[in-house]
Design a protein around this ligand. Structure first.
Ligand code: MRU
Length: 369
């Protein structure tokens, strides 16, 4: 996607130094476009843990480069295993992290040690290139949904209102995004889409990142408080919900940013279609019951008791919004049961959020326990 007319991916190798990888520091967006240098596995782990990079597909892609850095120093079996485990510990909920690291280990283990580092960079590049293609395909399939909705409603309303939660845009993937890819494509082909952007407390990925992305692409959008969605749905102001996800079970339960479940409940009560966009790397075929089995990241309560932003001069500001003694609790994700999900948008097409639906699109996974 473009920033001020220049095309970017969210992670890329330096043009001069192939052992240097760049990311945007997402903790500084949208106020400052800070490009960070990553050269070692510790810097990658730090970037993921502190959410300088975030979004399920992107953390997997960046972790793959982290493993390549580690193998540059020591390409032994022990190093491969130790560093994959080290990177895996950085964030617990998004399965793309495990997916990318397992793919790297499976690809690299059979190779002689002197070939591993170079092969690791190439495999990380391949993960990135595939992510772009996969998200583009998700966009095309999701676009069909928006086109159909617009064809049905164009005589009675002047725009399609789509609600999204958190940020599942290009900055959360290598490019395009998942939930936002169909929206970008619909906008580009002239469908009048308008996006209700949930602020997504406590870290405000909607207010900071989704609003920034949509604005940069010229997509009309309005920021709403997290609790406004139900009210808008009751008044016919939401035609469609599309969110991303960090992990989908083989039965179609969906883990995503905290608050997603409440949107799905309100959507169900108001017959608003609730779709989830995901690459197949987000499906955890080993897990069936999302509520019981998906680990939910617990972040610092300080993220709830304080908000951060900038003052009118652009200086960083962090403000407490509670009494001094009040403590916060901060589960970062929740699980929406499959029964509340209208359907899944994947790179292979649309399907029901169910074991049957997923296995129709991914028959090669049918045999796994
Ligand atoms: O905590 P974050 O910002 O990494 O959470 C991100 C989300 O919840 C996204 O919706 C999800 O990762 C999908 S990104 C395409």
């Amino acid at each position: 996607m473009k920033i001020n007319g220049t095309p970017y991916r969210s992670v890329w190798r330096d043009a001069q130094d192939p052992r240097l990888v760049h990311i945007f520091d997402q903790t500084k967006l949208p106020w400052t476009l800070d490009i960070l240098d990553l050269r070692d596995v510790e810097a990658v782990a730090h970037a993921i843990r502190t959410m300088q990079v975030r979004g399920a597909p992107l953390i997997g892609a960046v972790a793959a480069y982290g493993l390549a850095f580690a193998l540059d120093d020591d390409a032994s079996d022990a190093s491969l295993e130790k560093n994959a485990a080290f990177l895996h510990e950085t964030r617990p909920t998004a399965i793309n992290l495990r997916w990318a690291l397992e793919r790297m280990v499976a690809h690299l283990s059979p190779l002689p040690t002197h070939e591993r580092a170079e092969a690791a960079y190439r495999e990380a590049d391949a993960i990135c290139d595939e992510d772009v293609k996969v998200n583009e395909a998700i966009g095309r399939h999701g676009l069909e949904l928006i086109r159909a909705l617009w064809a049905e409603r164009r005589l009675v309303q002047d725009r399609i209102n789509i609600l999204t939660h958190c940020n599942a845009g290009w900055i959360a993937t290598v490019d395009w995004g998942t939930a936002l890819a169909p929206i970008y494509m619909a906008h580009d082909e002239g469908i009048p889409v308008h996006v209700w952007v949930d602020e997504t407390r406590p870290r405000n990925q909607g207010a900071l990142l989704t609003a920034w992305e949509l604005g940069a692409h010229g997509v009309p959008h309005t920021l709403i408080a997290d609790n406004a969605g139900g009210h808008l749905m009751q008044h016919g102001e939401v035609d469609l919900i599309i969110v991303g996800t960090d992990r989908v079970t083989r039965q179609g339960d969906v883990a995503n940013k905290i608050g997603t479940y409440l949107k799905a409940l309100a959507a169900h009560d108001n017959q608003v279609p609730f779709w989830v966009a995901l690459p197949s790397s987000t499906i955890d075929w080993r897990v069936t019951d999302g509520v019981k089995e998906i680990p939910i990241e617990e972040r610092s309560g300080d993220e709830v008791t304080h908000v951060h932003g900038v003052d009118e001069q652009g200086h960083p500001a962090r403000i407490r919004v509670t009494p001094y003694e009040t403590k916060g609790a901060n589960p970062a994700f929740d699980v929406t049961p499959a029964r509340l999900v209208t359907g899944l948008i994947t790179e292979r097409g649309l399907c029901d959020a169910s074991a049957d639906g997923l296995q129709t699109l991914f028959p090669e996974q049918a045999e796994q326990p």
